[in-house]
Ligand binder design. Structure first.
Ligand SMILES: Cc1cc2nc3c(=O)[nH]c(=O)nc-3n(C[C@H](O)[C@H](O)[C@H](O)COP(=O)(O)OP(=O)(O)OC[C@H]3O[C@@H](n4cnc5c(N)ncnc54)[C@H](O)[C@@H]3O)c2cc1C
Length: 393
């Protein structure tokens, strides 16, 4: 078994590491200051400036296939990049990526939605969750009713990331109520590309995190029949594919945050003297560091194993759910320990630990809660779909 990185993986990883260290980390004090004043950590111009800088070095569309002008990097490479980006809380992503399911668009839709999203001139949001249907996403109530060459959409969506700034929504609605009542959501839900100009409205939802989602309201919003993404009635599968992608990338980002946090914890432990000795000499502190390091290492391999399976077209759903669950649970334990190591200072807004504490909490909720990941993992095992021996058999 070869667990080393290829030369290309190492080069890409090192380039991103340098970018994060030189370009992003110096912005951290300013980002904290702005956020404490109730502003976004960075202005859109600032983000664009950094994205342009990265683009000049070829970093554009890291997940976007080369035929669409991107780098077309694989899942392992993407996981390595996310981990490096996760080492800072500066809210940054390379430009040039689009929602994975937009690549399912027909040529006309690609011109109107995919291309502009890749170029950053249009912004999307992904809208499936509703006030009455989150984990139980098959139970959505938003409807789309055919009226000649148009569909009329009615319903409420909630907790939609980017919903307040998006130019268009990738929105899921019931198009076959009979099948939906029979529980056949694989055939009853369609996916629509709905422009904001079509009439849907949004309102921000304040959260404990720094970038809030929004609720979306659709009241008799008319979109053309050509707004359906993929096949009519087959939207649910697209929704699951969209959500599936984050299952190894979200914990990859958390992995980077945990590495940085434990480094901060160790620095503080070496320097903070109590009762005549650095607290790093105390077993209570050492155990926190040791447990965190073990959990980080386990997360690294869960993330990379899931990404590797994606790259090798192996059914990666079990591995991705495991990475997401482990990441959610342990990143939260780790940030809590690092806060504890810092004592009262850890609880203040002088340091970014409380910020990470709030941000990492979300990992246990969105794109499939811990409980939903456990449900998936247990069901896959109990049905015999996978074995506890993992993909090696
Ligand atoms: C900041 C943020 C951003 C988000 N971004 C998006 C987005 O961009 N697009 C989008 O569509 N959605 C988004 N979401 C929604 C998110 O995916 C849902 O909040 C999540 O799926 C949980 O759904 P819920 O909030 O309705 O909780 P519920 O489904 O009501 O669950 C409540 C609790 O019950 C548990 N539970 C539910 N069912 C079971 C069961 N069968 N067995 C055991 N426990 C169960 C859950 O795990 C949870 O702990 C976002 C949410 C947040 C907070």
């Amino acid at each position: 078994m070869d667990l080393t990185l290829t030369d290309e993986e190492r080069q890409v990883r090192d380039w991103v590491r340098t970018f994060v260290t030189r370009e992003l980390m110096p912005l951290e004090p300013r980002v904290l200051e702005r956020e404490r004043n109730g502003e976004r950590g960075m202005t859109p111009d600032q983000v664009r400036g950094l994205q342009d800088k990265a683009r000049r070095s070829g970093f554009f569309g890291i997940q976007t296939p080369e035929e669409y002008g991107g780098m077309g990097l694989g899942a392992v490479m993407n996981a390595l990049i996310e981990t490096e980006l996760g080492r800072t809380f500066v809210p940054f992503a390379f430009a040039g990526d689009a929602d994975n399911i937009l690549f399912e668009a027909n040529e006309e839709q690609k011109d109107s939605y995919l291309g502009p999203t890749i170029e950053g001139t249009r912004r999307s949001c992904f809208a499936i969750t509703e006030p009455g249907a989150g984990s139980d996403a098959r139970n959505i109530r938003t409807t789309a009713v055919r009226d000649g060459e148009e569909w009329v959409i009615n319903g409420e969506k909630t907790f939609i990331t980017g919903g307040d700034v998006a130019d268009f929504a990738i929105v899921f609605a019931v198009t076959d109520p009979d099948k939906h009542r029979e529980g056949r959501s694989d055939e009853s839900v369609s996916c629509f590309l709905a422009d904001r100009e079509a009439g849907w409205t949004s309102a921000p939802i304040p959260t404990m995190g720094e970038w809030g989602p929004a609720s979306l309201s659709f009241q008799d919003v008319r979109v053309p029949h050509s707004a359906i993404l993929g096949d009519e009635g087959r939207g649910f599968e697209l929704a699951m594919r969209w959500i599936g992608k984050g299952r190894y990338l979200l914990p990859a980002r958390a992995l980077g945050a945990c590495e940085r946090l434990v480094e901060m914890g160790m620095d503080h432990a070496r320097n903070r003297v109590t009762f005549g000795e650095p607290i790093a000499n105390r077993q209570a502190i050492q155990w926190m560091i040791a447990d965190s390091a073990v959990e980080i290492e386990a997360l690294r391999w869960l993330v990379l194993a899931a990404a590797w399976q994606v790259d090798h077209a192996i059914d990666s759903r079990q591995a991705e759910s495991m990475a997401k669950l482990h990441g959610g649970v342990h990143a939260n334990q780790i940030v809590d320990r690092v806060l504890q190591i810092h004592g009262g200072m850890g609880y203040t807004r002088e340091l970014p630990i409380e910020r990470w504490y709030r941000e990492l909490r979300l990992l246990r909720i969105y794109e499939g809660t811990d409980e939903m990941q456990r449900r998936t993992i247990a069901r896959n095992l109990l049905s015999g779909h996978v074995s506890v021996r993992g993909h090696l058999g």
